[in-house]
Structures are given as C-alpha cells and as structure tokens.
Design a protein around this ligand. Structure first.
Ligand code: ATP
Ligand code: MG
Length: 396
C-alpha cells in the first residue's frame, strides 16, 4: 500500500474530550472517527486491525469446533418477551415500531435469537452438541458511552452459543471455549486475568471474565499475587444451563424418547473493544506499538526524500521484495518532511520500519527499526528483504 494514495488521516493533537490513551491514539492515528457519542466509523487502518482480530477469532473458533453463522440485528420485541429480557435489558435496548406498528428492537445480544433458531432445527440428542458463533454489530443504548470504542452504543461482538444434552456436555463445550479464548487473547498480544464472575443479567451459574489490566478499566480484578488492578473486560463466558431453553421450549428427545431442555452456554468477546484494549497495553509516548498478530501492516518502508530517484528505487525494491513474499507493507511515499514521516510512523506503530535515506545509501545501507524495542540495525541494501523476512518468522 502506498500512503500517498491511501487514507490515513493522522492528527498532531488528540481532539478535546478524549481521556483514554487508546482513545487519543485511535483518533490521532486515523483508525476511527466519531459520528456521535458512542458511535464510530472504522477507517481503513482501523478496519485492517479489526480484520486481523476477526481472522484470529475465526481460526480459534474453528479449531474449537464452533461454526460461524450470521443473525439479524433487527428483532421483533416479542421474542424478548418470551424470556422477560425485554424488561431486564430495557435500559440498553434500542426500540422502535415498524410501519405496521410491530414493536421491534436492535439486538443488544442474541441468546433469544439463537435459541429460537436452534429450536426450529434440533429435535434429537443425535443433533447435539453444537456450538455456533457470529461476529456482528450489537446495539446498546449505554448510559455513559466512554473511552471511545471501549464502551460504545454500536459495537462489534463475537458471540458464541453452545447447545448440549446435559451438564457434562456443557462443561466440555465451555472448557473448549475457555481454551480458545486464552489463545485468541494471547495472539492479540494480551494476557488477561481470568476471574470467576457474577453472571448478572445473563442468568446461569458459572461464568468467567477475561480482564485486561489498564488504567482506564472500569472493572476491578486481583492478579495471582493479590494485587488489585483496574481492568477492561474483553471477554465473558457463561454456563447458562436451561434458563433460555426452558423459557422458550427449546427441547430435544433423549435416548429414551423423553423431552428435555437443551443445555446452553454463551461466550462473548468485545471485538471492537479489543482494538482499544490492545492499544492501552501496547503504546508508548510516541504512539501505538502493534503486536505482530494484529498489526495493520507488518513493515513500513520510509523513503526519507520522496523526490530522490535513487531513494525511491531502493524503497520500491524493498517494497516489491516483501510484497512478493506475502508481507503486508505500507510505503510512506508522501512528499512530506522527514520529521512528519518519522512522527507518523511512530504514531501508527507498524512493527518494523525500513528507513531509506541519502546518508545511508552512500554506504549502501538502510536502517531497520523495531517499533516496540526501538532497536535500530543498519543493513546492506541487498540484504534488507532477507533480514526482515527472518525478523518476521515468529509472526508468520
Ligand atoms: P460490561 O460489563 O463492560 O458492560 P457486559 O458484561 O454487559 O459488558 P457482555 O454482555 O458480557 O458485556 O458482552 C460480551 C462482551 O462484549 C464484553 O465482554 C465486552 O468485551 C463487550 N462489550 C459489552 N458492552 C460493550 C460496549 N458497550 N461497547 C463495546 N464492547 C462491549
Ligand atoms: Mg460481562
């Protein structure tokens, strides 16, 4: 990708009102744009990170035996009345009437919708267990939207639902999701603290929260040493049992031909919230330091003088060499000052930067900088691509 024809609207200063470091950096690095309180657009660079996060989630959900589907965001309110959650979620549920006068809402979560769906297809124990998930936009009229995409009114969630014949089955499905979550967050560069939690509005018994320590966190959690941390909830898993399936008569016939309620679990990840949580953990005073697993690009090629033919020829060679190997490369080919380009590079936080300047080229060298550690190496021009490919091995 060439920066000059791309769309990365970086800002020198964070707009007023952005308190959280992640919120400031999301805005300054040109990743998101606020439409109104709690409602955000994801700009091309931000969307690339979201795509990386979703890719990791899909791989790990698939490996854990979960299957992806996609459910509607618009629901008839009637389905929520079946479990009484039209009342318990009243505060966050965005409601309206359609032209015919039918009460509708925008989905704040999907337990009722998936239970209705599974109920229409599953009749026998032979069709269980099954775990289904989606990555979808949720709507919650949050009282206090805060910290950018951390607490938004429209946000992206991965929500999975397991259906089993009995409690032992649920425990197994739950353990598979717990494992998958640990792997997903690790691949996103995070080490959340896992806490047994209150299942609140979801109902059910056992539940675990995945909490990332960060100064802006609204939750409190103790680490293994008993030290308390403010933390951001990035995931929450629940053993629901039969709370929803009983209320909605989602039943199956067991081996003896007896009707039983399906035993259910649900598993959420705040996909768009992760964008902020990762930045909260991975940044320094100059900007973002993307973990390799979710970086929008792996390498930024930075020709210092965009007007110098030799510089641009070497930059083009490195760019093509890496691109041919399947590496996502961003080239800052803008005709901007070196200072501006260096600042922007630190701000958007691509893991490796190759700087190509007149001075280095006189010795036949380019500079390779590791964004997170700040370590700089001077490498002969014709070895730059090979050197970067070696550095990128752990990430590929
Ligand atoms: P919270 O306690 O932060 O309000 P919740 O317990 O209501 O969240 P769940 O219903 O468990 O959230 O949703 C699953 C996941 O979706 C959460 O773990 C969180 O990561 C994310 N999430 C929930 N609400 C929001 C929101 N308003 N904006 C962004 N992400 C959210
Ligand atoms: Mg929760």
């Amino acid at each position: 990708m060439k920066w000059s024809t791309y769309f990365i609207p970086t800002l020198k200063e964070a707009p007023a009102g952005a308190e959280a470091a992640s919120h400031q950096l999301l805005l300054r690095a040109g990743l998101v744009h606020m439409l109104t309180s709690g409602v955000y657009s994801y700009l091309p660079l931000g969307l690339r990170v979201l795509a990386k996060i979703k890719h990791i989630i899909r791989e790990e959900m698939g490996a854990a035996g979960a299957h992806e589907l996609l459910m509607p965001a618009i629901h008839p309110l009637e389905i929520w009345q079946q479990t009484g959650r039209d009342k318990t979620l009243e505060d966050v549920m965005i409601r309206f009437k359609n032209k015919k006068g039918t009460a509708m809402c925008l989905g704040p979560t999907h337990e009722e919708i998936i239970t209705d769906l599974v109920k229409s297809f599953v009749q026998s124990y032979r069709q269980l267990p099954v775990t289904l998930y989606q990555i979808q936009t949720k709507f919650r009229d949050e009282t206090r939207p805060r910290f950018g995409v951390v607490r938004a009114c429209e946000f992206i969630m991965k929500d999975a639902y397991s259906f089993d014949t009995d409690d032992a089955g649920l425990k197994k499905s739950y353990a598979a999701m717990y494992e998958a979550y640990t792997r997903i967050f690790a691949r996103c560069g995070l080490k959340p603290i896992i806490a047994e939690a209150d299942s609140g509005a979801m109902g059910g018994k056992i539940s675990h929260e995945f909490l990332v320590p960060a100064p802006i966190g609204e939750d409190k959690v103790k680490d293994e040493n008993g030290v308390e941390h403010a933390s951001i909830e990035v995931g929450h898993i629940f053993q629901l049992g039969t709370r929803y399936t009983q209320a909605m008569s989602a039943l199956y016939l067991d081996e003896t031909g007896k009707q039983q309620p399906i035993v259910m679990g649900c598993y959420g990840i705040g996909v768009s919230r992760l964008l902020a949580a990762i930045i909260e953990v991975c940044h320094d005073p100059k900007g973002i330091c993307w973990p390799a697993g979710v970086a929008p690009f792996m390498v930024e090629v930075l020709p210092v003088q965009a007007g110098d033919p030799e510089t641009m020829a070497v930059a083009g060679g490195v760019y093509d060499g890496l691109t041919k190997q399947g590496i996502d490369v961003l080239m800052d080919d803008r005709d901007e000052s070196a200072g501006r380009k260096f600042n922007d590079a630190d701000l958007i936080g691509i893991p490796y930067r190759v700087t190509i300047g007149r001075r280095g080229l006189q010795e036949g060298k380019v500079e390779i900088k590791d964004r997170a550690s700040g370590v700089v190496e001077s490498v002969p021009v014709d070895m730059a691509v090979g050197h970067l490919l070696r550095l990128l091995i752990p990430a590929r």
